[in-house]
Design a protein around this ligand. Structure first.
Ligand code: CDP
Ligand code: CDP
Length: 226
């Protein structure tokens, strides 16, 4: 099959990584989780104890980091300078700080360059916030996935374990809404639906329904696919 790129964007908990991974598996494409890259940078900054207002130091650290994404048995593995940080980048501390770090334009350009490079040979399903609008404006298929904040918080609550056993649905809803607000309102490549992206509200859709719909769009929209 001819290779092409798929961009999947949307707010937190919309199902981007779950859907992107399944679509990539079905097509034999590579899945790239760009949120994991912003999380890896945030984890490294926190780990080194750098003051968050010292932007120049944060940018210098980001430039030095070797971030790698590799397929693992249970999903994508994330390595920073050879260390497996897959679990650590999902901590509440990283989640609470990542949107602030992701609002720094220079950090975005460093990661965007890496993302463009990963997609340069095509055959990539990439998910994030600015993939269709900024990172891969020429992606053959662009999807904007969303769902109500309540449903997204409910989905996230089912996943919560480990470091936040007592979190309530209302707390999660507030945190998700705040992260969406920061991602949508930042100046540097904010979360936005690209004009040519297909809008999909998954509030009442199951995971297989969303995957099938995207695979269908691949057949009808992307030339050379059958
Ligand atoms: O999986 P979840 O929706 O919690 O978020 P994520 O995809 O892991 O992304 C974490 C954060 O990274 C987002 O809230 C954004 O602030 C930032 N991000 C971004 O700015 N641009 C991207 N392409 C991907 C993530
Ligand atoms: O990557 P993003 O933050 O957009 O979302 P995710 O981590 O892929 O999905 C959040 C949770 O919602 C996961 O537990 C998925 O299994 C679940 N999900 C769902 O229940 N129904 C959907 N249509 C999509 C995702």
């Amino acid at each position: 099959m001819e290779k092409f790129n798929i961009a999947i964007d949307g707010p937190a908990g919309a199902g981007k990584s779950t859907i992107a991974r399944l679509v990539a598996n079905a097509l034999g494409f590579v899945y790239v989780d760009t949120g994991a890259m912003y999380r890896a940078v945030t984890w490294s900054i926190l780990q080194q104890g750098l003051p968050l207002e010292q932007t120049a130091d944060l940018i210098a650290l980001t430039e030095r980091l070797d971030i790698r994404l590799e397929p693992g048995e249970h999903g994508q593995l994330v390595f920073v300078d050879g260390k497996d940080v897959t679990g650590m980048i999902r901590s509440a501390e990283v989640t609470g700080n990542v949107s602030r770090i992701a609002s720094i334009a220079e950090i975005r350009s460093i990661l965007t360059a890496k993302q463009k490079e990963l997609a340069s040979k095509k055959g990539v399903v990439m998910d994030g916030r600015d993939i269709g609008s900024h990172v891969l404006p020429d992606a053959e298929l662009k999807i904007f996935l969303t769902a109500s904040v309540r449903v997204r918080a409910e989905r996230r609550l089912k996943e919560i374990s480990g470091d936040r056993p007592d979190i309530t649905l209302e707390q999660l809803e507030r945190e998700i809404a705040e992260r969406d607000r920061m991602d949508e309102q930042r100046e540097a490549s904010p979360l936005v639906k690209a004009p040519d992206a297909v809008w999909m509200d998954t509030t009442e859709m199951t995971i297989p329904e969303v995957v099938d719909r995207i695979l269908e769009l691949c057949k009808t929209r992307v030339s050379g696919v059958n």
